[in-house]
Ligand binder design. Structure first.
Ligand SMILES: Cc1cc2nc3c(=O)[nH]c(=O)nc-3n(C[C@H](O)[C@H](O)[C@H](O)COP(=O)(O)OP(=O)(O)OC[C@H]3O[C@@H](n4cnc5c(N)ncnc54)[C@H](O)[C@@H]3O)c2cc1C
Length: 324
């Protein structure tokens, strides 16, 4: 029997803090819930303040899951934990962050449950009992709506910063605990492990971003931009062509197949503004763009523009800030 009353969200956190994407998913879930309960699953939630941070965004319930093997769970163990929980509670829908962790756990759980998973959604709504997942397709030329009418839970992943998080007042969040017995994963024994703590200075969480495109791909331009970014406390992001350089990867890429960003300030330099790039900057607050082509699509999406050479602009900007 399916519990049609619950939307579940897997909380993402590193050693120190809950990731903002969790709050964004809670806010969206509450907006579309229409009477359904919003439940956050907190694996390995030994830190008291994690539940406190999450409850500020108004979920109806937080399930803190503890098990010996959840101390630093492998993604397969996390998927097994969710599977066990779902056997008892059977939610209608499950939302994941489309992060490295979410993208690893969600398909494992999907395979175990034999249900559907729609990845990298840009919008969500309910149509009756069905969760409608909206996502671009065919190279971004069409937006398609995907439903999973015959299986439950309906599972989706959403990239960080697709939705805006809003704190909620007046919601009494129930906090429950679940004790699980999980078999340790077989086959691979991890003798030692470096825990990667995700950095707030990456493009996804940055409040200021300088983004470089093909029109700003020279070594001198990149070096100057890094100095400027250091002075401004900004992160350096790139459009896809610059990931061909050895010093940038998809971690810094902005756009459909990279990251969605939501900075207070974004400076685009030598970026044309292809649809696949623009989808990643939709949530940026103040956008300034530099391009030698006044008719480049990015210019129409910007609050301020400078028509001219990228290197000349960056040099003048650096001089103004006294960056050598
Ligand atoms: C399925 C799919 C997914 C994709 N995902 C992404 C994605 O996630 N992110 C992404 O960025 N792209 C993505 N793309 C690629 C995308 O379509 C564009 O090709 C890409 O965004 C173009 O990058 P750009 O603006 O840096 O380069 P270009 O389009 O080549 O633009 C360069 C700009 O720089 C300007 N310029 C050149 N020289 C100078 C100068 N000296 N000074 C100032 N301006 C100058 C030009 O006028 C031009 O506007 C994807 C494509 C597909 C098909």
């Amino acid at each position: 029997m399916t519990n049609t009353e619950e939307i579940w969200i897997l909380a993402e956190h590193d050693a120190n803090r809950v990731q903002p994407v969790t709050f964004q998913l809670i806010t969206k879930a509450r907006a579309i819930a229409a009477g359904r309960r919003v439940v956050v699953v907190l694996l390995e939630g030994t830190q008291e303040h994690f539940a406190e941070q999450i409850s500020a965004y108004g979920p109806d319930e937080i399930i803190r899951v503890s098990a010996d093997s959840l101390e630093r769970p492998a993604d397969s163990t996390a998927a097994s934990a969710l599977m066990q929980l779902m056997a008892k509670r059977q939610p209608n829908a499950m939302l994941f962050a489309a992060t490295a962790q979410g993208r690893s756990i969600a398909p494992r759980l999907q395979a175990k449950l034999g249900t559907g998973l729609t990845a990298d959604c840009l919008d969500l709504r309910f149509d009756g009992d069905n969760l409608v997942a909206v996502k671009p397709s065919y190279g971004d030329n069409v937006m398609c709506e995907i439903t999973c009418p015959q299986r439950r839970p309906q599972m989706v992943s959403v990239r960080p910063n697709t939705f805006t998080a809003e704190k909620a007042g007046g919601v009494r969040t129930k906090i429950t605990t679940a004790e699980l017995t999980l078999a340790a994963p077989k086959g691979i024994v991890i003798e030692d492990e470096q825990v990667a703590v995700s950095s707030a200075t990456g493009v996804t969480g940055a409040s200021k971003v300088i983004a470089l495109g093909r029109g700003a791909k020279g070594d001198a331009t990149v070096a100057r931009t890094r100095q400027l970014a250091a002075r401004l406390g900004a992160s350096v992001g790139v459009s896809r062509p610059l990931t061909d350089r050895d010093d940038f990867t998809v971690e810094q890429q902005i756009g459909q197949s990279g990251n969605t960003i939501a900075p207070d300030f974004l400076l685009n330099v030598g970026i044309s503004g292809a649809t696949q790039y623009l989808v990643g900057i939709d949530q940026a607050k103040l956008i300034v763009s530099v391009n030698r082509d006044a008719d480049a699509p990015i210019m129409a999406q910007s609050d301020y523009t400078y028509t001219g050479d990228a290197e000349a602009f960056l040099k003048a900007f650096a001089n103004r800030l006294d960056v050598k």
